[in-house]
Design a protein around this ligand. Structure first.
Ligand SMILES: Cc1cc2nc3c(=O)[nH]c(=O)nc-3n(C[C@H](O)[C@H](O)[C@H](O)COP(=O)(O)OP(=O)(O)OC[C@H]3O[C@@H](n4cnc5c(N)ncnc54)[C@H](O)[C@@H]3O)c2cc1C
Length: 428
């Protein structure tokens, strides 16, 4: 026993990437850890787009490459602007094993197994109702009328963060700070995936699409290739999407699947799964000032630690690494004599020094840039119209500036264009 004589030194709420990374790190160091997860299995309540950046997670779980459920290493990146049945794409190909595709359910399950192998206990199908708070200090968790005490509680409950709200530790998250993601998983043979997307064995593509493919909703579409399936979906900004959505969001994803430019990639496929989940957006102002207090720490989506730049999405690796840092903070606080807010404040320092807060600070203007509606409709139209004039020239090819003027038809002026370019260059 490391602390005040409770059965558990640490209780972790949630067996997502943040919770399991914290628990695994603590269990390996000999702390007695309990993870409580409301889903039937770890990860059964989780959902994501499909691609994970490996390095931060490998630092937490050194055996990642050996035994984690890695579906495909992403070797192809594609960003496409769609306008009607025209599409202009930027493609990058590189063979490094930097990010991989997977199912979050499988990855979360794998992480939870690592926790158990390291000596931690993972209990599923238990929903924590409240923290036990005495004299302003979190002392454990309450499930129904049962109470379990511990020296410290790590909150890794994900974006809904109901426990933190109930305990008055964090304000309610509003639609303006959240995105909504909806995804279909389409079963397709390994051979068809590799043939249709021009991939080698075990290689994958990450594909972002913007333009009128989103039918006026503010956001983008994504496609990732898994081992023998495709993850296809959209992420929209919840606040403005709620005002504009004319029908259930599943209909938008259905039409995306049937879009003439995409349908050929998975014509032979069969839909396996449909899911929806919230995602933190505009995170910088939504991050609580303090992610620690007397007896508790907050990690992962619950702490708002996520970066969505469109062309990449850093949720799982940020969550996992923040859980890892939370565990390091617990270890340090233990060596200083206990889980007081003062001792646990090292967590904030660790986060400040880590790539997580550096990245979030560096890209803090990105969410504001993504509010610019022209990025979603006008510019995809403009780029495709210019491409059409240049590439579909019959006798004479226009100069690019003439093609621009003709395509623009005076719809935006130079100042707007320069301001938008400036905003993009400041943001990403
Ligand atoms: C549509 C979409 C696409 C995304 N795409 C990507 C992507 O491509 N790449 C990427 O890296 N990230 C992506 N993300 C983000 C990523 O999924 C999250 O950042 C990541 O899962 C956060 O991990 P977490 O452990 O903090 O929270 P979660 O994964 O949400 O885990 C929280 C866990 O806590 C449990 N829980 C909650 N409340 C309680 C309670 N009271 N008692 C017990 N258990 C509880 C939940 O059941 C859940 O298992 C995407 C997210 C969405 C929604």
């Amino acid at each position: 026993m490391k602390g005040a004589g409770y059965i558990f030194d640490a209780i972790v709420v949630g067996a997502g990437p943040a919770g399991s990374s914290a628990a695994y790190t603590l269990a390996r160091k000999g702390f007695k850890v309990l993870v409580v997860e409301r889903g039937r299995t770890p990860g059964s309540k989780n959902m994501f787009g499909g691609r994970v950046y490996a390095d931060p997670i490998r630092e937490v779980f050194p055996n990642l490459n050996k035994s984690a459920p890695i579906h495909r290493w992403v070797t192809k990146e594609r960003i496409s602007m769609v306008s009607g049945e025209k599409m202009t794409s930027l493609e990058f190909e590189g063979k490094k094993n930097v990010s991989f595709t997977t199912y979050l359910t499988e990855l979360s399950n794998w992480m939870a197994k690592q926790v158990e192998e390291a000596g931690g206990i993972v209990l599923t199908e238990i929903t924590v109702d409240n923290f036990i708070v005495k004299d302003g200090r979190v002392k454990g968790i309450r499930v129904g009328n049962e109470e379990v005490f511990s020296d410290v509680v790590i909150d890794a409950e994900g974006i809904n963060r109901l426990l933190l709200e109930r305990a008055g530790l964090i304000p309610r998250i509003t639609p303006n700070y959240a995105g909504l993601g909806v995804k279909e998983v389409i079963k397709l043979s390994k051979e068809d995936i590799e043939k249709n997307f021009g991939l080698g064995s075990g290689e994958g593509i990450a594909w972002l699409l913007i333009g009128d493919i989103m039918e006026g909703l503010p956001g983008g579409a994504f496609l990732y290739t898994n081992k023998d399936s495709i993850s296809l979906g959209i992420v929209v900004m919840l606040g403005s999407a709620m005002e504009r959505m004319k029908e259930h969001i599943s209909r938008y994803v259905e039409r995306l699947r049937l879009h003439p430019l995409l349908e050929k990639y998975f014509r032979e496929g069969r839909i396996m799964e449909y899911s929806a989940h919230l995602v933190p957006e505009y995170v910088w102002p939504a991050i609580p000032h303090r992610l620690y207090g007397d007896g508790f720490l907050v990690a992962g989506d619950a702490a708002g630690l996520l970066l969505n730049l469109g062309y990449n999405f850093r949720g799982v690796d940020f969550a996992s690494y923040s859980g890892y840092l939370a565990a390091q903070a617990v270890e340090k606080a233990h060596s200083l004599g206990g889980m007081s807010a003062e001792n646990l404040s090292i967590y904030q320092e660790l986060l400040e020094k880590s790539f997580i807060l550096r990245e979030l600070r560096k890209f803090k203007n990105a969410p504001k840039m993504r509010k610019n509606e022209r990025l979603y409709d006008f510019y995809p139209y403009l780029i495709n119209a210019i491409a059409d004039k240049i590439f579909h020239a019959k006798y004479e090819t226009p100069k690019i500036m003439d093609a621009f003027k003709e395509a623009n038809k005076g719809r935006i002026g130079w100042f707007t264009l320069i301001r938008d370019l400036y905003e993009v260059s400041r943001s990403i």
